[in-house]
Structure formats: C-alpha cells, structure tokens
Design a protein around this ligand. Structure first.
Ligand SMILES: *Cc1c(COP(=O)(O)O)cnc(C)c1O
Length: 394
C-alpha cells in the first residue's frame, strides 16, 4: 500500500475560483477607472465584514501586522510605552510595539488555552503600561471578558489580535469586537485567506476608524489627495483581492463549519490519548475557531517525525517563546521566565486542518497519532511499521 500524502495546507487553495479570479483581474484592469487600490470593492468588503461582525466599522489595510501596528498607534502607544503581549505567539505581536518605539512586556500563557494569562499580565502592569494585546492564537479565544475588565480597572487600552479567529464567538460577541480595535488577517493560510497580503481593523469607534483610514494612506483623508494631516503608512487594500474576497465570502460559513467539524473529529478520536501523552485543545464551540488544530505532545519531535514518515505534514507554531528570539531578547528582563510558554512551545504541534480534508484523511491522521502513542516509549523513530502495535480502538 502506498502511503497517502496529507499536506498541511490545502493543495487546491483557490482552484475552484480560478476562472473567476482570472475574469475579475481582466474586469478591474480594463474598467475605465483602472482603480487597483481602495476603490468600490474595498469599500463594499468593509461594509460586508462590518455587517457580519455587527461592528461599527471595518477598515481594510495591507496586512494583519500592519493592522496591529496602526491599532497600537491609534490608541496612543508611542515611545517608551509598555504594551502587554503574550510570551507565546507570532513575531508581529511584539514587533508592532517595537516599531512604535514602545516596549513589549511578555506575559505568560494559560497552559491549556495557550493564550495570554490575564493574571500574569496584570502582575506585569506598571505606570508605563499603555495597552494590552491579547491574541487568539490557536483554536481558543483569549479570555476577553477578563482582559476587558483588566483594561478597564487599570486604565489600559485594549487591542484584540483576532487575526486568525474569524468565526469565533464568545458570550455572543464575535472575535474582533472585544477590543477597542480588533484586527484580522487575510494572508493565504488564515481561515479567510486570499492569494496575497491583506488585513483589517474592526472598531465601533468612528474617531478611531477615521484615524485608521488616514494612517493606512499616508495621513490623507479619503477624497483629500495630497493633503497629509499626519505621517501615516502605506497600508492600502488591493481591489482585486477585495473583489475576490467578496466572491468568496459566500462560501466562508461553509468552510468554517467544515473546519470545525474536522476539529471535532480530531478531538473525538484523540481526547482518549491524554493519559498517553497527547493533549487535545479545549473542545466545544464557545469562543472557538478552527484555525489550526494544535495538540500538546510529550514527545513532540518524535511524533512529528513519525507522522512525516507516514505522509502527514505537521507544523510547530511556535517553536520558542517570543522573548527567546534574538529580535526581542533586549526586551526580556534578565532572569525573567515564562515557564508555561516554554513548556508549551516544546510540546505543541499542529495537525493538518483545512476544509478540503476528507473524513478518511482525518481518520488516517488520528490513527497514526494513536498508533504513535501506543508504541513502546523507547522505540527508535525509524522503527518499521510492521513492528508497531495495532492501533487500539478508542
Ligand atoms: C497571521 C497573524 C498576524 C499577522 O498577520 P499578517 O497578515 O501575516 O501580517 C498577527 N497575529 C496573529 C495572531 C497571526 O496569526
């Protein structure tokens, strides 16, 4: 039997929309306005997304990273301000603050949800703390009610990194709407990814939205070209992408539902492995998004290799805590520790999760993980399959 190949990302990402994409490139390119950025389609996509989220405004921009940077600037983060960010996460969380000459202050994470721990974050508040940036990183939203409370009690600005959390809803409030500003990313790997870079800012505050619209286009107001009220960024949205995303919006709910069903199937199959060193993410659907399916495994590198050898691609997000990177080392106070972020980054591994996976493929992955945990602890990673015990029925 030949091994199946189960790639981590969908190999047919935009295949079904290819003809449509080619047609609309031609349409936009040959329209009389020849408008390739921030035109009618970007405006329409902003309205569609705002309606879906029940948000006052959505401001499209160049990327999730840029959204994060502009959001921090809009709430007044500047030189010397401290910004609380999770110690485990992607680089932009800390880099956005640094790019504004602010100081990222790393808080440890919850050992199960892997999102910033509100208690640990609060313990790191100082008179210089200006903002707190909880991020939904894997499949679980950060504890937004507690962060909202923390921000209110300690007078902090609340920016919500909801880059990956499209579709998640906590206490009836969608991800992106808990912060004064929430952000989204549409880079191809995200749940509403597209063939290129793009992001969005979500806010109910019209004044913040107006500022963000100026920020994204060199400090100009819409319709006031060459009048620069401030120094901004070039963080504009592409009309081709906006048009393509408007087209793909119709299928989004279905794709998110399929992702959630796959995550549930993994959980059903893998939850019984807790005693054998593989811990699944918290289940249910409250405050959950099926962006990635990340398990915590005792023997992570061996598990990754075992799966790789059997045709299953995995990814490690994120292999080390942010303050352990050279880029952010100067913001790691001497002797500071983030034990839960460190432990998690040594154990986490993400399994393939994209809407194109079949149930059989999901079961194949679950079977291999189950089989791995049933092995003798010391068996060599290259041990042949015939020597593996049969997978027990869960
Ligand atoms: C992807 C991501 C970003 C950055 O978005 P880009 O569009 O890639 O710049 C920020 N925060 C989180 C949590 C992300 O996963």
């Amino acid at each position: 039997m030949t091994e199946p190949s189960i790639p981590f990302f969908s190999p047919r990402l935009f295949e079904e929309d290819r003809e449509r994409a080619l047609r609309l490139i031609h349409e936009i390119g040959t329209a009389p306005e020849q408008r390739f950025i921030l035109g009618e389609f970007s405006a329409r996509l902003e309205r569609e997304l705002a309606d879906r989220l029940g948000a006052g405004q959505v401001v499209l921009c160049g990327s999730g990273t840029s959204a994060l940077t502009m959001a921090l600037a809009a709430v007044g983060v500047g030189a010397g301000d401290e910004v609380l960010v999770p110690a485990l996460g992607c680089a932009p969380l800390a880099a956005a603050a640094v790019s504004l000459d602010a100081v990222p202050v790393f808080a440890d994470v919850d050992p199960l949800t892997l999102t910033m721990d509100p208690e640990d974050a609060e313990a790191r508040v100082t008179p210089r703390t200006r903002a707190v940036v909880p991020a939904h990183l894997f499949s679980v939203m950060a504890d937004m009610p507690r962060f909202a409370d923390l921000a209110k009690r300690r007078g902090l600005r609340l920016v919500e990194d909801s880059a990956v959390a499209q579709g998640a809803v906590l206490q009836g409030r969608p991800a992106g709407r808990w912060g004064e500003i929430g952000i989204l990313s549409f880079v191809q790997v995200k749940s509403f990814g597209m063939p290129g870079e793009g992001g969005a800012l979500v806010t109910d505050d019209d004044r913040l939205a107006e500022l963000l619209r100026m920020f994204r286009n060199h400090g100009q107001r819409a319709g006031e070209r060459f009048t620069h009220r401030m120094i901004g960024w070039n963080s504009r949205f592409d009309e081709l992408q906006a048009r393509f995303q408007l087209h793909r919006l119709a299928g989004l709910a279905g794709r998110l539902a399929r992702r959630a069903a796959i995550a549930d199937r993994y959980t059903e199959r893998l939850a019984p492995l807790a005693e054998r060193g593989v811990l699944v993410p918290p289940g249910g659907d409250e405050g959950r998004c099926a962006y990635v399916y990340t398990v915590l495994a005792d023997n992570r590198d061996a598990l990754s290799r075992y799966l790789q050898e059997r045709g299953v691609a995995t990814h490690v997000y994120y292999p080390r805590p942010l303050p352990r990177h050279a880029a952010f080392a100067r913001h790691a106070p001497p002797g500071a520790r983030w034990p839960r972020a460190e432990r998690a980054s040594a154990r986490l591994v993400s399994l393939p999760l994209h809407p194109g996976l079949t149930d059989d493929q999901v079961d194949y992955v679950a079977d291999r993980v189950t089989e791995f945990t049933a092995r003798r602890p010391v068996s060599h990673p290259l041990a042949r399959r015939s020597q593996m015990p049969e997978a027990p029925t869960p």
